[in-house]
Design a protein. Structure first.
Length: 206
């Protein structure tokens, strides 16, 4: 049972990361495929993400899932709020009975240094000391990317300028959180995170 990480966020919200070691047949016999995915590994990721929804909440009604124009999957009536992410051999999901949620996982790679300026403001570069090269720069920049993606997914309506609208304000290392102003709707949000050896995880519940 390759559950890699599991966390009871609060009374009504759970999240999990699955390390994919199964074949497509395993998932297909357990979960429906909600959209057509041509690439076999991407299809496996998609199925593993869906699998986690019922793993976390066994009564999760797969058959009611709809896909919005923004491509966000949702349940009409919001019996559960949920968010899914996948990267490499990992799939992650967060499910809540009563709160909007967003989740993202990312595997740190050098590529992040080429796009950092696109999603982090000059102020954020300075605040998080990303200007000088250091050993933690790639994993930490990846975490900040994941943090912003989790906000994007929590919001779900698109039209987000990562640099302008998602303003990361302060990292609280002791509780593994980052304070953020989501300027699109002028709302303060707390992003929760974990840094694993080769994986960054970020989630938002509000
Ligand atoms: C949609 C998006 C968030 C997906 O992120 P990703 O890292 O490529 O992929 P992930 O595996 O983490 O997430 C994919 C899942 O997100 C969910 N998703 C897709 N669109 C979504 C949306 N608009 N809102 C919320 N969730 C969404 C789906 O569940 C999808 O998986 P599924 O189709 O198998 O169910 C991403 O492609 C995106 O558009 N990000 C914004 C990019 C941007 O604006 N950048 C500007 C700054 S540089």
């Amino acid at each position: 049972m390759p559950i890699f990480f599991q966390h009871q966020v609060n009374d009504t919200t759970r999240l999990g990361i699955w390390k994919i070691e199964e074949t497509e047949d395993f998932f297909k016999s357990n979960v429906p495929q909600h959209r057509s995915v041509t690439h076999p590994h991407k299809r496996l990721q998609h199925l593993a993400g869906r699998f986690l929804l019922q793993y976390l909440f066994p009564a999760f009604p797969y058959e009611l899932v709809q896909i919005a124009d923004t491509r966000k999957p949702y349940l009409p009536g919001d019996e559960y709020h949920f968010s899914i992410s996948h990267c490499g051999d990992y799939a992650a999901a967060i499910v809540s009975k009563d709160k909007r949620v967003g989740i993202d996982i990312e595997i740190p790679t050098e590529k992040i240094s080429k796009i950092m300026y696109k999603f982090l403001s000059a102020h954020e570069h300075e605040l998080f000391r990303l200007i000088e090269p250091n050993a933690n720069r790639i994993p930490f920049a990846t975490l900040l990317w994941s943090a912003k993606e989790s906000i994007f997914k929590w919001y779900g309506n698109g039209g987000v300028d990562f640099r302008k609208h998602i303003q990361l304000r302060k990292q609280n290392q002791a509780n593994e959180t980052i304070d953020c102003l989501f300027a699109n709707i002028n709302t303060e949000l707390t992003i929760h995170y974990r840094q694993f050896e080769h994986l960054a995880l970020a989630w938002v519940v509000s």
